[in-house]
Design a binder for this molecule. Structure first.
Ligand code: ADP
Ligand code: MG
Length: 279
């Protein structure tokens, strides 16, 4: 569905994305995870042709992605990192504006707006000026706007930054139900929890390079699916095991309090970064 082949982006002197190859299959909920400056926004901007790669190729549903191409655009919906709604227009006016830009007839737009506002539980805010909405509501309007032209793929750049826990959960629920209805999703985030909760595939981007990729289970299996955590010598230690039984045997020998659990993404990253630091 989306394919990047050895994509590199260099801005002046900065190597922003470095030889990135990745694929997103139909129905995937793909999480591109990475710290600030990793190249997440640049990747999304290249997939949506807001900027061209310096090298490499991007395809969406078999159509090449390039600023000079238009065919792929109808297939993609974009929720940008920063809110770019028209602040003095109402929710409905913003959605109509987007419909116009995509050449959607006003009758069809009206139908779609009604459906989407109901789906996102935004009906009561339809005539509210965007400026007066909370951060969570604005994010939902951005998602609804991106869905107006019925794209097959939704791309979201850090969609829950700045939201409180409740608003974040609402956005998560909205995205989960879209994915259940068949929309392919690519989301960037620097929150491990977000990627772990939502995504069936996760890629870890660091300094423009994809350093790990897989399902949450596959990533946990790299280090071991069961972890024993304990506090000793003034630091928290993590020990990874192939099975619950092996973990229990080890834990029984400990003289300190411990915690046995399934390996999470955070454990994987702590372990792998630890190796790098001590290597
Ligand atoms: N328009 C630009 N001009 C110059 N450098 C840029 C530009 N956009 C991004 N960069 C640089 O590219 C790198 C990756 O940035 P970005 O893709 O925004 O990362 P992320 O979204 O993961 O935080 C950073 O070092 C950033 O400073
Ligand atoms: Mg970014």
């Amino acid at each position: 569905m989306i394919r990047l082949e050895t994509v590199t982006k260099i801005y002046a002197e900065t190597l922003s994305v470095d030889n990135l190859s990745m694929q997103i299959a139909p129905g995937d909920f793909y999480g591109l995870l990475g710290p600030n400056g990793a190249g997440k926004t640049t990747t999304i901007r290249m997939i949506t042709a807001l900027t061209n790669p310096t090298k490499g190729k991007i395809m969406v549903n078999g159509c090449p992605v390039h600023r000079s191409e238009t065919r792929f655009k109808a297939k993609l919906g974009l929720v940008p990192q920063h809110n770019n709604l028209e602040p003095e227009l109402t929710v409905i006016e913003n959605l109509r504006l987007h419909a116009m830009l995509y050449g959607i007839s006003s009758a069809q737009a009206a139908k779609r707006i009604k459906e989407l506002l109901a789906f996102a539980e935004l009906e009561k805010k339809a005539r509210a000026v965007v400026n007066t909405l909370s951060g969570g509501m604005k994010r939902k309007v951005l998602i609804v706007r991106a869905l107006m032209h019925e794209p097959r793929v939704l791309l979201l750049d850090e969609p829950t930054v700045g939201l409180d826990v409740f608003a974040r959960r609402k956005v998560w629920d909205l995205l989960k139900s879209l994915n259940t209805r068949g929309i392919t999703i690519l989301l960037t985030t620097h929150y491990l929890e977000e990627a772990e909760k939502l995504c069936n595939r996760i890629g870890l981007l660091n300094e423009g390079r994809l350093i790990m990729e897989g399902s949450p289970e596959e990533l946990a299996n790299i280090v071991g699916p069961v972890v024993v955590e304990h506090f000793s010598n003034d630091r928290t230690a993590l020990h990874f095991f192939k099975s619950q039984q092996e973990a229990l045997e080890y834990a029984r020998s400990l003289q300190v309090e411990f915690n046995i659990r399934k390996t999470g993404l955070e454990d994987v990253f702590v372990r792998l970064t630890d190796e790098r630091v001590s290597a």
